[in-house]
Ligand binder design. Sequence first.
Ligand code: ASP
Length: 325
Amino acid sequence: MAFTLKLAGALAGSVLMASAALAQGYPERAITMVVPFAAGGPTDTVARLVAEKMSADLGQQVVVENVGGAGGTLGAGNVAAAEPDGYTVLLHHIGMATSATLYRNLAYQPLEAFEYVGLVTEVPMTIVARKDFEPTDMASLITYVKANADTLTMANAGIGAASHLCGMLFMQALEAPIVTVPYKGTGPAMTDLLGGQVDLMCDQTTNTTEQIKGGTVKGYAVTSAARLDIFPDLPTVGEAGLPGLEVAIWHGLYAPKGTPTEVTERLAASLQVALADPGIASAMAELGTAPSSAADATPAALKAKLESEIARWKPVIEAAGVYAD
Ligand code: ASP
């Protein structure tokens, strides 16, 4: 018995020493930052901005890897199953919270499978359509969609994506069941919207700003509480009489469960350095968003956000009765 206890103590000690040693030299090689959506989309854009600055701070490359599919759950599942050594991290968004309810058979538990690094940014969404779509403003869009729902298509990045959530709220508010067209991310969905293959989409400003400003897609409304400086003419969903559509797409950085605390703390410190960079602030401002504060770019703030967002969206999803399985 005494021997077993001694052995267990020695083993625990050596695990602790190994993790401290790992953290001391960390990082010694490139880090993979998984984005659970296709390249060229909004989550990808945020990840690449952050990865570049974190690479400079950590002295090792942070390489973005796009693993799109199943509304973000494929990439998140890969990271949940990855070695918890600090060399694989996940940059995900609000879908981490909604997928907890949308998928009743997820291979991982969003609240259990990860260590938290910190919040990254919160991005408003926009309701957009192909540029030759008939309605000219939000009021005429609402009337048109209600009258023609069964002839329309709406792009999204799969069940669990932010575009899915926003689209679901839009259809619910208008009582307009529209056929959805899923993509591996809204980067490729935007390509089809530009080409006129789909009619409508809800997507982050980080993917729609350039197109709305350039007139290559039509912008109708923003899902923020107040109008955005970059689109002073676009009404908020609240102004348009659809307050239930207000939604902010928050992004967070995670590591697989079991990643040593010293490592997640180093990553959080690096995330804070990256987000404090004036270059990030101006790049994000041009896209209608801003970096999270140093207080929010922490493991505790991300954990609290995920917990509160799972609780917030669970009843909404259950009321809609839409599930992925
Ligand atoms: N904007 C996408 C979403 O709907 C994801 C992406 O491609 O970043 O969740």
